[in-house]
Design a protein around this ligand. Structure first.
Ligand code: HEM
Length: 650
């Protein structure tokens, strides 16, 4: 077993050294003239990066195994899962230490000053003001939080939170480094984030599986890991290829550049592991050969991680071609669009890995669910399917077509994008009733101790957080505060500047809208039973808040997010204030149509609920008449008559 533990790490180290030498990251002749921080930092930086990556992989993999892969024990994780969580504490602490060390080494690399000669001031301002430093600081904090949470008892809920936090902690550095510095960073950055998460869960999950191989229900655990690994394999391959395509620029660079050759070796590594995985699936996974096969797979995965770190330090072909990078292209991540025309608004595409994947996976998974319903002989309304697909296609149109590029440089187009993402898309998605579909089609595990996707969905639906979020006033509060906070609280400029911030903003528009419209008109389970009259009032308040926001913006003489819009202002555009007023007018006018549709739906709900109540009373009256008892109305009249008789006597 010791060989199984050390061989993947040894493979990662050996391959890293080879990749650093081959790629030229530790060779001053490859990039002559660029100041060097000294051999200490040149070697220590990739070595500690590899250490941090491996610790992240193990922390995420072991927590996911404990929380999601092993069968539980009632509301608690299995004893072996608890044991895994305890081991994670030390891994997470070391991970935090490695990430903190990376802050110092990265400053040394950036300033080309040996680590020992750096001032404390330089390190502190790097960690607080520069995105690379902030990402590493965030990772350090998250890893520490995982270390604390991993001691948080045996309940499955906290274990799941620990696993999700550990997985999230892998992401921040992906949003800086090579990918973020490139043009086309809408593809590079998100694909790298998906890539590292998928590769880490795949590798870490396998390590977790090896550690629980003597568990009595190992076969079930291995089956669940196998499904996870298949998903991770596809995600790693697709995201890796997308990322490499941006870095390489053209096919020739795959064999003409050192970076390209290293990418080709990674493809080979992926295919090798895929092959081993396929053999695993064909044979019974708990067979004798499991440890040998899994160990072989881990060695190749470890080597791929070592290679990845070497790759991230190797100069990329695309950057080498560009002698003087255009600061505007660097800021936006794409070449700024020309004066708007209908053709450009549609055809000047902005490929963004996140939204392409969200739309494709969203449609694919939903259609698979509908097919499963039909196969089981149940109907699923076509209107719901059309509503869901329509919502995702509108989401794709406003985040991937030319209009998405204009939304970066013109406030008015950004406002239209905001309105569509927070109203039209959520209304259509809510109409698709995805939770109902999921609950009807996700299979129940044969073993009641196993929590599959369906069981986790039910836990989430019944959780206190969802109950709180599902309160109409809370949903309204989130919707309105986001609207005012973003623009009047001056958050917009900051979010526009960072790819992660921009992405989070767009996702938040959809989620905040989804929450509000789910509460108002949703058919999915989990929402509170609230009288439609109350919902109508909530919706009316949302409309008023929306109209007032448009009015305030229209009257404003201050340019919102001036820092951002000044730096990207196109020469062909009208003044910033004129464009902002156009945006305010559009926001005002735009909200009206969806608002009227929702109001009509609510009034219909209200009338139907009154009709249902009347029908219930009529049925009760009929039953009472048939049995000779008094019905509710007769009882109420008797009560009133007795009360007035008592009052008369007194
Ligand atoms: C089709 C196969 C693959 C391709 C095309 C590919 C491509 C890439 C590319 C282009 C990067 C970005 C490097 C940079 O910043 O310049 C990357 C990073 C990375 N890859 Fe892969 N990869 C593949 C398979 C794998 C596999 C099998 C693993 C391991 C399980 C892996 C793990 C990683 C990790 C951990 C990083 C982040 C490294 C860092 O920034 O520290 N990749 N990959």
């Amino acid at each position: 077993m010791r060989v199984v533990r050390t061989a993947p790490i040894a493979a990662a180290i050996v391959v890293l050294i080879g990749a650093l030498r081959f790629g030229g990251a530790v060779d001053d002749t490859v990039l002559p003239g660029i100041p060097s921080p000294g051999a200490g930092t040149e070697w220590a930086l990739p070595a500690v990066t590899l250490l941090a990556n491996l610790l992240g992989v193990l922390t995420a993999g072991l927590t996911v195994t404990a929380a999601f892969l092993l069968p539980g024990d009632g509301g608690s994780v299995a004893a072996r899962g608890w044991w895994l969580l305890r081991r994670t504490t030390w891994l997470a602490l070391l991970w935090a230490l490695a990430s903190a060390t990376l802050i110092v080494l990265t400053v040394s690399d950036v300033l080309a000053v040996p680590a020992g000669q750096l001032s404390r001031q330089a390190v502190v301002s790097f960690a607080s003001d520069i995105s690379q430093g902030q990402a590493l600081l965030l990772q350090t904090g998250l890893a520490l939080a995982v270390a604390v949470l991993s001691r948080g008892g045996t309940s499955r809920g906290p274990a799941a939170v620990t696993a999700l936090l550990a997985t999230t902690a892998i992401v921040p550095p992906a949003f800086t480094g090579h990918a973020a510095g490139a043009g086309n960073h809408q593809i590079a950055v998100t694909s790298l984030a998906v890539h590292v998460v998928a590769a880490s869960l795949w590798t870490g999950g396998l390590a977790g599986l090896l550690l629980v191989r003597r568990h009595r229900r190992f076969a079930d655990t291995a089956g669940r890991y196998s499904r996870l690994a298949l998903g991770c394999f596809v995600a790693t391959a697709v995201s890796g290829v997308a990322n490499a395509a941006v870095r390489l620029g053209d096919w020739g660079a795959l064999w003409n550049s050192r970076y390209g050759v290293l990418v080709a070796v990674k493809v080979l590594a992926l295919l090798t592991v895929g092959l081993i995985g396929a053999v695993h699936r064909r044979r019974a996974v708990w067979a004798e050969s499991f440890v040998r096969l899994a160990a072989g797979e881990l060695v190749v995965l470890g080597a791929a991680i070592g290679l990845a770190v070497g790759l991230s330090r190797t100069p990329t072909p695309v950057a080498e071609d560009v002698a003087v990078p255009d600061p505007l292209v660097e800021l936006l991540g794409f070449t700024p669009p020309g004066a708007p025309t209908a053709v450009r608004m549609v055809g000047d595409l902005l490929p963004d890995f996140f939204f392409v994947a969200a739309v494709a996976v969203g449609i694919g998974v939903y259609l698979a669910g509908v097919r499963r319903m039909r196969r089981a002989g149940h109907d699923w309304p076509v209107s719901r399917t059309l509503s869901w697909i329509g919502g995702l296609l509108v989401l794709g149109a406003f985040t991937l077509l030319g209009v998405a590029k204009y939304a970066y440089v013109l406030f008015s187009v950004h406002m239209v994008q905001h309105m569509v993402l927070s109203m039209v898309v959520p209304i259509l998605l809510v109409g698709g009733a995805p939770v109902t579909l999921a609950l009807r089609t996700l299979r129940r595990p044969a073993d009641p101790q196993v929590r599959g996707a369906r069981e986790w969905l039910l836990v989430i639906l019944h959780s206190r957080v969802v109950r709180l979020l599902g309160h109409p006033l809370v949903a309204l509060g989130i919707y309105v505060v986001s609207l005012y906070g973003l623009y009047l609280g001056n958050l917009l400029a900051t979010l526009m500047r960072y790819h992660l911030g921009h992405l989070a903003m767009l996702v938040h528009f959809v989620l905040a809208g989804y929450l509000l419209f789910w509460v108002l008109i949703g058919v999915d389970p989990g929402r509170r039973r609230v009288h439609p009259a109350m919902l109508t009032v909530v919706h009316f308040l949302a409309m008023v808040a929306h109209a007032f926001f448009g009015f305030v913006l229209l009257q404003s003489t201050t340019v919102i997010a001036a820092g951002w819009y000044t730096s990207v202002h196109p020469a062909w555009a009208s003044s910033l204030l004129a464009d902002q007023r156009l945006g305010a007018g559009l926001a005002w006018a735009f909200g009206e149509l969806p608002a009227v549709v929702i109001m009509l739906l609510l009034v219909r709900q209200w009338i139907r609920s009154d009709e249902r109540e009347q029908a219930r009373l009529d049925r009760a009256a009929d039953r009472a008449e048939a049995s000779g008892d008094e019905d509710d109305l007769a009882r109420y009249n008797t009560f009133l008559a007795q009360a007035s008789a008592r009052t008369g006597k007194s």
